[in-house]
Design a protein around this ligand. Structure first.
Ligand code: NAP
Length: 261
């Protein structure tokens, strides 16, 4: 391991949406890589399982359960990182929702508002609360985006607009905060509850062709398990260099593995 990598062994990382799916995988892997982890999501039992798994692997983790759209929870998550671990080096804004899966003509503005709150405002709030600590550590903000940020899909208006907004948040953050490293990451298709939701309910508003695309990839076993992109995201959270700040990066970008080789 390089000298740089050794210096990152005691980093503290916050992972949102860590109760399942991609977030749980990222949390476990940053823990295995030696970081101290603060996990948050609403499902207290599942968060406790993630903490137990990290501790069983010799790592350190705490859970702060709650709804990430609540400013009180956001503050509690950052405070817990500082109180328990003394510093904060990276946040992974991973919590996200796909719903509503509806076409614009049939949609309810409140459903869009909910999506925007979780997918955009929550990352903005958590980043703002974390900034003083991230500046002190020359830390990183990893925003979990999507190909949907740059490719519209029928029935996914709320989700596509929020992921596009998250990318622009990431670009703006990189400009305003030169001391920290901000990345928007595209994890590709991941075998999680979000994909199951697409298969279950997507046909209500998506085109038949789009829906069949996701169903077909699942049937062929072609959707990666969360630990696969999760490992790349963990590497980026711990080691992404400042010169990449502002980028919208794919999880399988060939530069990622070079960070730990
Ligand atoms: N799966 C894919 O194919 C795919 C592709 C591209 C991008 N992504 C992105 O990857 C990220 C993770 O998605 P996933 O596939 O792992 O989805 P998932 O399995 O549905 O997990 C979503 C996570 O977000 C949490 N969450 C949702 N609403 C929340 C709230 N109000 N407060 C706190 N936590 C909340 C959930 O925990 P609780 O329910 O316990 O609160 C859960 O841990 C998302 O940003 C998603 O947009 C996924």
């Amino acid at each position: 391991m390089s000298e740089d990598a050794k210096q990152t062994m005691n980093q503290t990382v916050i992972v949102t949406g860590a109760s399942r799916g991609l977030g749980a995988a990222v949390a476990r892997i940053v823990g295995e890589m030696g970081a101290r982890v603060v996990v948050t999501a609403r499902s207290e039992d599942k968060l406790a399982e993630v903490v137990t798994a990290i501790q069983a692997a010799g790592g350190a983790a705490i859970a702060v359960p709650g709804d990430i759209s609540d400013p009180v929870v956001v503050r509690a998550v950052v405070d817990a990182a500082i109180t328990h671990f003394g510093q904060l080096d990276a946040i992974v804004n991973n919590a996200g929702v796909l719903e509503p899966i509806t076409r614009i003509a049939e949609t309810d503005a409140h459903d869009w508002q909910h999506n925007w709150t979780i997918n955009v405002l929550a990352p903005v709030m958590l980043t703002q609360a974390a900034l003083p600590h991230l500046r002190a550590q020359k830390g990183r903000v990893i925003n979990i985006s999507s190909g949907a940020a740059v490719s519209a899909k029928i029935g996914w208006g709320a989700y596509c607009t929020t992921k596009a907004a998250l990318n622009m948040f990431n670009s703006t953050l990189a400009l305003e905060e030169p001391v920290i490293t901000a990345l928007a990451v595209r994890p590709g298709m991941v075998d999680t509850e979000m994909q199951a939701l697409i298969r279950r309910e997507g046909d209500s508003a998506m085109t038949e062709q789009d829906h069949a695309f996701f169903v077909g990839h699942h049937q062929q076993g072609e959707i990666p398990a969360p630990a696969i992109p999760g490992r790349a995201i963990a590497i980026l959270a711990l080691y992404a260099p400042p010169e990449w700040s502002g980028e919208f990066i794919r999880w399988d970008d060939e530069r990622v593995e070079t960070l730990i080789s």
